[in-house]
Design a binder for this molecule. Structure first.
Ligand code: AMP
Length: 185
């Protein structure tokens, strides 16, 4: 049965970097809904046009824009030996959708990695990163959205016995090592 990992963690927690490194080492796809949406915007697709205004404001895009994207992506050939989800699920309805989808396609979650980093460190990191949706007001708003909508997923997955909280305020190599050990165990 195919197994996957989910990366939770605030924007700027380093989850994208860690997810990418781990996916490469494991030879499985790194599936970032944020990357997929940014690609859709740059390809000027209908999805991109629909998502852009939400992303610019630091809001979550509506679930209906995301759910099919995930269903299709997890159905692709390269995801049949495992996957890492980065930036999905972002709220409880998305998590419930994912649970149903995984049951349907007989995949399962191995671990949900929660990378924990103090807020002020996150704001500084995001300001340094300087992406298009990284103005200070947008950053603060994305953190609020994270706290309100996404942080409750830690409890959701804790209740399933899947949660692994990891200290994300360390050297990236140290975090990678801990993650490697965790998935190998
Ligand atoms: P990220 O690169 O994961 O920080 O995502 C950038 C932006 O894309 C977010 O601020 C949201 O507007 C949007 N986004 C990414 N993933 C999701 C998702 N699973 N649900 C809703 N919006 C998302």
């Amino acid at each position: 049965m195919s197994q996957g990992l989910i990366f939770l963690g605030a924007p700027g927690s380093g989850k994208g970097t860690q997810a990418q490194v781990l996916a490469q080492n494991l030879g499985i796809p790194h599936i970032s809904t944020g990357d997929m949406l940014r690609q859709a915007i740059s390809d000027q697709t209908e999805l991109g046009a629909a998502a852009k205004s939400y992303m610019d404001k630091g809001e979550l895009v509506p679930d209906e824009l995301i759910l099919n994207l995930i269903r299709e992506r997890l159905g692709q050939e390269d995801a049949q030996k495992g996957w890492i989800l980065d930036g999905f699920p972002r709220n409880v309805p998305q998590a419930e959708f994912l649970d149903r989808l995984l049951e349907e396609i007989t995949h399962q979650i191995q671990w949900v990695i929660n990378l924990q980093v103090p807020d002020e460190v996150i704001v500084q990191r995001l300001l340094l990163r300087g992406r298009a949706d990284d103005s200070e007001a947008t950053i603060r708003h994305r953190l609020e959205v994270y706290r309100e909508k996404t942080a409750p997923l830690a409890d959701y997955f804790q209740a399933q016995g899947k949660l692994q909280s990891i200290d994300g305020h360390r050297a990236p190599e140290q975090i990678s090592q801990q993650l490697q050990a965790l998935v190998a165990a």
